[in-house]
Design a protein around this ligand. Structure first.
Ligand code: C2E
Ligand code: CA
Ligand code: CA
Length: 709
């Protein structure tokens, strides 16, 4: 009869219990039995007996104790009106209704929440059902209640946990032993971009593409053995992008089933930071190229694999020429821009497998292996060309060249340091020998490094010691065939090394600034010599003097020239100052200003080495140039190469239209001479007529009628 099920009790049994006489038990009263049974129930089970009108006839001990054991207060009273635990008004209404319904044969069951005498909230699973008599009439009503507070609290706790997990920031999966998702929380749905219904049941390999379809059983076994596994992997978002994750999976069994809880951390940001740090450590911040550390790493790798396959590795050391100047003209931001442009061009010049790095202010290095290592000179030439293309920085067109030193594994070194050092030495030699060129490393004992210092020391004293002299190379007028001028070329009679050519010492003089006093001396010596020739009546129409970039930038150059001309009594129009293109285009406005000052005095201006730079004639027309000197490298090609001859033709014609006189330099053969003459070239200079000679030798030659065609 205390069965809580609705209407499942047998009517007969209940009636028997309530009518013990008829049940045949005599020695012990059934009521007593029942009372004992009910009083002996667990203290959380309350049972009572009501009249069909709801008056309380009986309550078991647990129930009475719950209200302080006071029978009088409750027995005979209407159940809903008893001073039971704090019944609320609505609960009382509900009980009255349940009593009315039970009186009509309808059982009730519901949870009632109330406060016990100690003030604690209790949840009771309450039932009320009727007890029938023989004729099926309702005799009594039986209320029963048992305390389910603990169960309800546990359920509530579970729901709260579920809620907390569902809404947790962290990403949580629950996996079944078959490798499919059993549960995901909302963060997990957001993390992967799916709805929960789509994720539940999804096989793990669709989420983590690193797990192959058949791999799961082995992974599960490992998890089972280790109980927990932590690893990094990649998750695939619904839109296809990969998300770096850290996974920690725990294995557990519950009621005979196996599961895994998987906690996932999205580590995209950490990975990005790591990548940034790695980038800072191994890459140059200005150009984004690898730095020296990474280059050495790659070089060592290349050496390793070349060593095995017997191939060679080329290291190119590339220095931008006169980068300090670029920086001082454009400022650091402009300088950085030039570096970035250079970097892009260098990257474009090599294969993807090769490395280019920035390893210092204006220095880059390349490691070439594979196909480009077979023909390094060609790659180097491509680089020279690429760098020499005009650069546009802040609306200013700029011309930058580079020099390249090359070292080869295994010939020039067997490790990264040695190869880089030797490539660097070769670079310095390339720079010393005129820049914008490539130089291969040679282990020359009289090579650059050992030579530089003693030469520099000697150079400082050479002026006082009178070790410099000028040689003069005659220039021939191609129309008349006569002697039309000379170019003064500097020589250093070194006390130990003998006669040194300018290529050996001019770069040092430029670098150290000694070029300024030396240049002054040259100008003065050349003008003095012209004075001598004037006095002898054999003076050439023009005497050419080379001016270095540094000299050209001296603000008082024109004044100095004027003074020398005045002191020597040479007519300004006999002096021809030779400048090169790179001197003009680095700072166009100042160059035009300096040239105009000289022009205004009547001094002639020649553009030297034309054809080695990159400016077009129409660009150069902005400068007040009288004479164009076509470079030797160009002249030497005109006989071998149809297009060079055509270009020479076009240059000469155009120079004439611009009112310039044209001199061909380095003419060595009569074939060259014929072509030049055919193109209308005005003058020529070169070994065909004469090498540069000491003044006396030239004077003698003139007297003998040499140097004419
Ligand atoms: P540059 O002004 O182009 O001088 C012409 C160079 O070509 C000279 O070399 C000359 O000897 C050489 N040359 C002339 N004809 C021929 C030829 O037919 N074949 C060949 N292979 N070479 C020929 P050098 O004297 O060694 O001078 C080299 C450079 O040094 C000059 O090139 C010039 O840039 C510079 N230089 C010479 N003297 C001075 C100077 O007093 N001051 C400055 N700043 N630079 C100078
Ligand atoms: Ca010259
Ligand atoms: Ca020249």
């Amino acid at each position: 009869m205390i069965d809580a099920g609705k209407g499942q009790h047998s009517k007969a049994a209940v009636v028997d219990a309530l009518n013990p006489g008829q049940a045949g038990e005599s020695d012990h009263n059934y009521h007593d039995y029942l009372r004992e049974i009910m009083d002996g129930l667990s203290p959380s089970v309350f049972v009572g007996l009501l009249t069909t009108g709801g008056a309380l006839l009986y309550a078991n001990r647990a129930a009475l104790e719950a209200i302080g054991g006071n029978h009088d207060k409750v027995l005979g009273k209407h159940f809903a009106a008893t001073p039971w635990w704090a019944f609320s008004a609505s609960l009382r209404r509900r009980l009255r209704k349940a009593i009315r319904q039970a009186a009509k044969g309808e059982s009730s069951r519901f949870d009632m929440t109330l406060r016990d005498s100690a003030g604690r909230l209790r949840v009771m699973d309450f039932t009320l059902h009727p007890v029938y008599g023989r004729q099926g009439q309702i005799l009594y009503l039986v209320p029963s209640a048992h305390d389910v507070t603990d169960r309800i609290q546990a359920e509530q706790a579970l729901r709260m946990t579920q809620f907390a997990v569902d809404h947790a920031q962290g990403i949580v999966f629950q996996m079944n032993a078959d490798g499919r998702v059993r549960y995901v929380n909302e963060s997990a749905c957001r993390h992967l971009g799916y709805a929960r219904e789509e994720l539940v049941g999804m096989p793990v390999h669709e989420i983590d593409p690193r797990i192959a379809e058949g791999d799961w059983p082995a992974l599960w076994d490992r998890l089972k053995a280790q109980r927990s596994v932590r690893l990094e992997s990649i998750h695939r978002h619904r839109d296809g992008h990969g998300i770096p994750v850290e996974i920690s999976a725990n294995y557990f069994e519950y009621e005979g089933e196996e599961y895994s809880f998987v906690y996932v951390d999205d580590i995209s940001e950490r990975k990005a930071t790591e990548e940034r740090i790695r980038h800072l450590a191994y890459y140059d911040s200005v150009t984004g190229l690898p730095n020296r550390i990474l280059l050495c790493d790659r070089l060592n790798q290349a050496i390793d694999s070349a060593g095995r396959s017997g191939q060679q590795v080329i290291v190119l050391f590339i220095g931008l020429d006169r980068f300090k100047l670029v920086n001082s003209v454009l400022g650091h931001a402009g300088g950085d821009e030039v570096l970035r442009i250079a970097a892009t061009r260098l990257v474009a010049a090599i294969d993807q497998t090769d490395t280019v790095a920035r390893i210092g202010g204006d220095e880059f290095a390349m490691v070439l292996s594979g196909p480009r290592a077979v023909d390094p000179t060609r790659t180097a030439r491509r680089i020279l060309d690429a760098i020499a293309q005009p650069v546009d920085v802040a609306g200013q067109e700029l011309f930058v060249t580079c020099s390249i030193g090359a070292a080869i594994y295994p010939d020039d070194g067997t490790d990264a340091d040695e190869l880089l050092k030797h490539a660097c030495t070769a670079l310095h030699r390339a720079k010393a020998q005129g820049r914008n060129d490539v130089h291969a490393y040679t282990p020359d004992p009289g090579g650059w490094d050992p030579e530089w210092l003693p030469l520099e020391a000697g150079l400082r004293k050479a002026l006082q010691r009178g070790e410099f002299e000028l040689h003069y190379q005659p220039r021939i007028d191609l129309r008349t065939g006569g002697f039309s001028g000379t170019e003064a070329l500097l020589r250093w009679r070194h006390p130990d090394k003998g006669m040194l050519l300018p290529a050996r010492f001019i770069p040092i003089a430029e670098e150290t600034g000694l070029i300024l006093p030396i240049g002054e001396w040259v100008l003065q010596a050349a003008c003095l010599q012209q004075r001598v020739w004037l006095d002898k009546g054999v003076a050439p129409a023009h005497i050419g003097v080379n001016i270095s970039a540094r000299q050209f930038r001296q603000p008082d150059l024109a004044r100095h020239v004027a003074r020398v001309l005045q002191e020597t009594g040479v007519d300004p129009c006999q002096l021809e100052i030779e400048l090169t293109e790179s001197m003009l285009i680095q700072d166009v406005d100042s160059a035009i200003h300096a040239m105009s000052e000289l022009k205004d005095m009547g001094v002639h201006i020649a553009l030297d080495d034309f054809g080695t730079g990159y400016s077009s004639l129409s660009y150069l027309r902005r400068f007040p140039i009288d004479t164009l000197k076509i470079d030797r490298s160009f002249v030497s090609e005109i006989t071998s190469d149809q297009s060079s001859a055509a270009i020479a033709d076009a240059i000469i014609a155009m120079a004439h239209r611009l009112g310039m006189t044209v001199i061909a330099e380095g003419v060595e053969t009569t074939d060259q001479l014929d072509i030049l003459r055919g193109s209308g070239c005005d003058h020529a200079q070169g070994y065909l007529f004469s090498r540069p000679l000491p003044a006396d030798a030239l004077t003698q030659g003139l007297a003998q009628g040499l140097f004419a065609t």
